[in-house]
Design a protein around this ligand. Structure first.
Ligand SMILES: Cc1cc2nc3c(=O)[nH]c(=O)nc-3n(C[C@H](O)[C@H](O)[C@H](O)COP(=O)(O)OP(=O)(O)OC[C@H]3O[C@@H](n4cnc5c(N)ncnc54)[C@H](O)[C@@H]3O)c2cc1C
Length: 379
């Protein structure tokens, strides 16, 4: 017979949100199990740079005792940012001033850092949750793909945009935003791809106009992560373009340096439709279960907040559980109520901002519109 801790806290999803929750609770001696459907931490390319904000992502890492380890992994120069128009003219540029206000880290590195803080066995890989069911007494039955059943005293859905746990609380489903990305990478760019390397610069580059554009990020190891983005009614169209080589034609007339982000790609383009839950997604509180991160509020990446919010949600939920006491159902209920009351309005504000930014960025003159947003943020 398997034994497990009391109470049995089951977190579904070993993304940044689920792992942050586990890391903060573990630091305070509260064990959890984290279930993830992936076969292991590196089963999928995690890709991408994230800038962690002081009040959210960084605060969560402090709560997990990982701030120093994080600082050691930050990409120097990564805070640089520029906005271009389709002709390649720079409309707005910010250098990395080295104040470390929004340090950039590779998503995979960040996830590894959180995993390393957890005792072996906390995360169970290849543990896809198939169904979840309320037992009526505040506990939930979680059935895994392999048929195994767990009964959770507290069930946390940190299982991302297409969350299974969410169905216990809400009927909402993410809707297609009208914008689809196709992702690729360019490697050893200083030697092999000097033109794309120069147009992207040291950090993040947006080139936008005519309802389309490029978003590209320089990563450690002289790699560029590139997203070509289009406003398309049907995301299947992006999948066809990405597979069939039709992407370049959508950028006819764009500066050759920008087009080189497609022609010099080292990897096949992978399509990714951008989805979002309704702004302000909320639910009636139910005992024994809650959500955090994308499961609660997936939004387009145009506020740069999704990962930061997931980590902040997790750190706040952990703090509330520690404050009210995980040992009793009443303590856990108060913690869930506090967490949801803080998370819902915070996420709604970011989701509204990201939806507005998406509309501006993929409007007729996205470059100038984004420049104005940046200029208003940075005075
Ligand atoms: C292109 C792009 C760029 C982005 N850029 C930024 C950025 O610059 N800054 C920023 O802050 N945010 C950014 N985001 C948003 C950010 O990636 C997400 O908000 C963040 O990863 C959410 O974390 P999470 O832990 O809630 O969910 P996820 O990272 O999605 O993790 C969910 C986990 O749950 C697991 N899972 C799912 N279903 C099941 C199941 N049934 N059973 C078991 N496990 C399951 C998955 O395998 C996964 O590991 C970006 C997003 C995109 C798409």
């Amino acid at each position: 017979m398997t034994t497990h801790p009391q109470p049995w806290i089951v977190v579904v999803g070993a993304g940044l949100g689920g792992l942050t929750l586990a890391a903060v609770l573990h630091r305070h001696g509260v064990p959890v199990v984290v279930l993830d459907r992936d076969d292991g931490p590196h089963a999928r390319v995690q890709g991408g740079m994230l800038d962690l904000h002081e009040e959210s992502g960084q605060a969560a890492l402090r709560a997990a005792g990982l701030e120093e380890a994080f600082r050691a992994q930050v990409l120097p120069g990564g805070e640089a940012m520029r906005v271009l128009d389709p002709a390649g003219c720079v409309l707005h540029a910010e250098e990395d001033d080295g104040d470390g206000d929004r340090p950039e880290i590779q998503r995979e590195t960040l996830r590894d850092l959180l995993l390393a803080a957890l005792p072996r066995g906390t995360v169970r890989w290849a543990a896809a949750v198939r169904t979840v069911r309320a037992l009526g007494d505040g506990r939930h039955e979680v059935v895994l793909g392999a048929g195994e059943t767990l009964v959770a005293d507290l069930l946390v859905g940190a299982d991302g945009a297409w969350s299974r746990v969410r169905a216990l609380l809400s009927d909402a489903e993410p809707a297609y935003s009208g914008v689809a990305f196709a992702a690729t990478r360019l490697r050893e760019v200083d030697v092999r791809h000097p033109v794309p390397a120069a147009v992207v610069g040291a950090g993040l580059m947006f080139a936008l106009g005519d309802h389309r554009g490029f978003i590209a990020h320089r990563e450690p190891g002289a790699t560029l992560e590139v997203y070509a983005a289009l406003r398309v009614d049907d995301p299947a169209e992006m999948a066809r373009l990405a597979a069939g080589g039709g992407l370049l034609a959508r950028f006819d007339g764009w500066a050759p340096a920008l087009r080189s982000l497609i022609t010099e790609a080292d990897e096949p383009f992978v399509p990714r439709a951008i989805h979002a839950l309704p702004v302000g997604h909320a639910w009636e509180h139910r005992p024994g279960v809650t959500l955090l991160g994308d499961a609660a509020h997936v939004m387009s990446p145009f506020a740069g907040e999704g990962a930061n919010l997931a980590m902040q949600d997790a750190a706040d939920l952990a703090a509330a559980l520690l404050a009210h006491g995980v040992g009793t159902a009443a303590g856990r209920e108060r913690a869930i109520a506090d967490h949801e009351a803080a998370m819902v309005p915070r996420a709604a504000a970011a989701a509204a901002e990201s939806a507005a930014n998406l509309d501006l960025a993929f409007g007729p003159d996205g470059g100038h519109a984004l420049r104005d947003v940046m200029a208003s943020h940075h005075g």
